[in-house]
Design a protein around this ligand. Structure first.
Ligand code: ADP
Length: 515
């Protein structure tokens, strides 16, 4: 007997050690119940922990057929909560008999003890015997000290689990944040980048891990210089709490994102820098808006200056009192004044329209429109100025009428045909036509002119964008035509795109829905 008791104590000690080393709660609970049963020479047992709802739920069992634990519910109700002194559980034997009968197992003896931590009941542990030998006072005492150890281990594992859950939640927030996030170690090497930053930099998170920050971020200034190379902005960290850096991140495929990065340091208890957290905000749209504003001013001043100078020059000359002008000169001068005023008028209208689109106040005036008739009208108007070009119309008979804004669609055809002429200086055929498809019509304007490189095609529809070429610089235009076309067509529920290659001509296509 003495030896058995000694063995029990040794056992208790070694198990306590094993328990405290285990942080995975389910496997810890399995270990506890298995060892408790062994130690008390029982045949079966179970552990129930108090859930957030205040009730007891079985979390591990030993020696019980798998379907039976739910039948042990009678042992989990009316458990004295307030004070351990109220233990054991009242009517324990009557409950045991009930459970044994419903589970069909001959359980004869039971010992139940609370798992408590700082006077708080966190769970209960039961050990059963199928034989008649009752649990002794010593068994109870051993189980009690075992339960104290077990409660501490359970608390540690629960805290660890909560910490892991918390970390999981934080990881999910970081991963799914629309802003880019990077976590650096104290040596400025990447520990983590999230999905948004992976997208901006083109680095996979696994590849980025362990890389020096500047390899992955490589922030450029507006002149394209690597800011990180000329002087790492993080060097200025020592005496500041937060640091903000702005620049461009350029992906290997050339995609550019303008960002504003806020770095915050993370120190440990002793004030040593452990991590630097960077929050990367995409400010591309804001930058673009600023660029458009700057472009607007430069384009406006340039494009307004020329016609105004011409108008003023001719008006001035005609007014000179010391000169006599023949009819022909007067007529030619006035024609130029009229032409330049028209140009000014068109430019001002386009600008007004562009600002309406950007403020979202463009309103369509809908009526029944025959597209072939409208296209023919516009083409006829252009025939006069396109002597070198062969303008062709290509519509099938019985083209359906559409509910559309006639004037605006006229503007679309006008812009596309005028571009087709402007950007095919050597002439060629310009075709304007359409096809009827299931629930929409597809219209096109094609030319055999200079074409557009594929890298530039996606930007054509941005306001003030012009492909930089010697012809482009020589032709009039402010880069608003296609922007307006796109807004008008999208306003009708259609879309516009271009098919083109340098030297091979361009085809602009757009769709309009049938009602
Ligand atoms: P703009 O003609 O006033 O410059 P647009 O918005 O109409 O402005 O066109 C934007 C740019 O797209 C033009 O500057 C030109 O570089 C290019 N582009 C448009 N249409 C064509 C075309 N048919 N062929 C070649 N380039 C074109």
């Amino acid at each position: 007997m003495e030896e058995y008791l000694l063995r029990q104590r040794d056992y208790l000690l070694s198990i306590s050690r094993a328990m405290t080393a285990r942080l995975d709660l389910p496997s810890l609970l399995r270990l506890i119940i298995e060892k408790a049963v062994e130690m008390l020479r029982g045949e079966a047992g179970l552990i129930a922990l108090r859930g957030r709802d205040g009730d007891f739920h079985i979390r591990a069992s030993y020696g019980l057929p798998t379907h039976t634990p739910p039948l042990f519910a009678p042992l989990l109700t009316d458990i004295p909560l307030l004070h351990v002194a109220h233990w054991p559980v009242p009517d324990l034997y009557a409950r045991l008999q009930l459970v044994a009968a419903s589970a069909g197992i001959s359980l004869r003896q039971v010992v139940g003890l609370p798992l408590t931590l700082e006077d708080q009941l966190i769970g209960v542990i039961y050990v059963f015997r199928t034989r008649d030998t009752a649990f002794s006072a010593n068994d109870r005492q051993v189980l009690s000290s075992f339960a104290d150890q077990a409660a501490i281990a359970v608390r540690n594992a629960t805290l660890y689990q909560r910490l892991a859950e918390e970390k999981g939640r934080l990881d999910a927030i970081i991963e799914n944040s629309a802003d880019g996030v990077l976590i650096l170690n104290a040596q400025c090497h990447i520990q983590t980048i999230n999905r948004a930053l992976a997208e901006m930099t083109g680095w996979m998170p696994e590849q980025a891990r362990g890389q020096p920050c500047q390899h992955v971020i490589a922030l450029r200034n507006p002149q394209g210089k690597d800011i990180c190379e000329t002087g790492c902005p993080l060097q200025a960290f020592s005496d500041q709490n937060r640091l903000q850096v702005e620049g461009d991140i350029i992906r290997p495929d050339g995609h550019r994102t303008s960002v504003s990065i806020t770095y915050s340091p993370l120190y440990d208890d002793e004030g040593t820098l452990v991590n630097i957290i960077g929050s990367v905000h995409n400010v591309t749209r804001f930058r673009e808006a600023e660029e458009i504003k700057a472009m607007f001013i430069s384009v406006i001043s340039h494009e307004l200056k020329t016609p105004v100078a011409l108008i003023k020059g001719y008006a001035n000359t005609l007014r000179r009192e010391d000169a006599q002008w023949d009819q022909e000169t007067v007529r030619e001068s006035l024609a130029i004044i009229e032409e330049e005023s028209d140009r000014l008028d068109r430019l001002i209208n386009n600008l007004l329209e562009a600002s309406r689109i950007q403020s979202g106040t463009l309103k369509l005036e809908l009526s029944d429109v025959s597209i072939p008739r409208l296209a023919t009208k516009v083409v006829e108007r252009f025939r006069v100025q396109a002597a070198k070009h062969n303008l062709q119309l290509d519509f099938p008979p019985h083209f359906p009428t559409l509910l559309a804004d006639e004037e605006r669609l006229q503007e679309v055809f006008s812009n596309l045909i005028s571009n087709a002429i402007k950007y095919s200086p050597d002439g060629g055929t310009i075709r304007v036509g359409g096809r009827v498809q299931q629930d929409h019509v597809e219209l096109f304007v094609s030319d055999e002119g200079m074409g557009i490189p594929s890298t530039k095609q996606s930007r054509l529809f941005e306001p003030f964008y012009r492909v930089d070429s010697s012809l482009g610089r020589r032709t009039q235009g402010v880069g608003l035509g296609l922007f307006l076309c796109k807004a008008i067509i999208e306003g009708h529920g259609g879309r516009i795109w271009v098919e083109s290659a340098p030297g091979k001509g361009s085809t602009f296509r757009f769709t309009l829905p049938l009602r």
